[in-house]
Ligand binder design. Structure first.
Ligand code: FES
Ligand code: FES
Length: 79
C-alpha cells in the first residue's frame, strides 16, 4: 500500500448531477482530478464511489488526506 500523493492542497469544486455516480481519485495520481483515470494501478489504492443524491456543487478532497473521503474536511490547511 502506497501513501497517496497530494494532487493539490485545496478541494476541487464540482457541479454534480442528481442520480449520477462519480469515482473520486484517492491516490492523487490521476490526470483527471478529482476523479480516477486508472493511474492508481499498482499502488494498492482504489477510487471511491460518490453517488450524487442532489444536483449541487461538491468539494472533493484534492490533498487526499481527508478523514471524510471523498469530501474535503479541511485537513489540507494543516499540510
Ligand atoms: Fe487515483 Fe484511480 S487514479 S484512485
Ligand atoms: Fe483534502 Fe481539503 S482538500 S481535506
Amino acid at each position: 500500500m502506497t501513501d497517496p500523493v497530494i494532487a493539490q492542497k485545496a478541494p476541487f469544486g464540482v457541479d454534480v448531477e442528481e442520480g449520477k455516480s462519480y469515482w473520486w481519485c484517492s491516490c492523487g495520481l490521476s490526470a483527471e482530478q478529482p476523479f480516477c483515470d486508472g493511474s492508481h494501478k499498482g499502488t494498492g489504492l482504489e477510487p471511491m464511489k460518490y453517488s450524487a443524491e442532489n444536483s449541487a456543487t461538491i468539494y472533493f478532497c484534492g490533498c487526499k488526506n481527508t478523514k471524510g473521503s471523498p469530501l474535503c474536511d479541511g485537513t489540507h490547511s494543516k499540510l
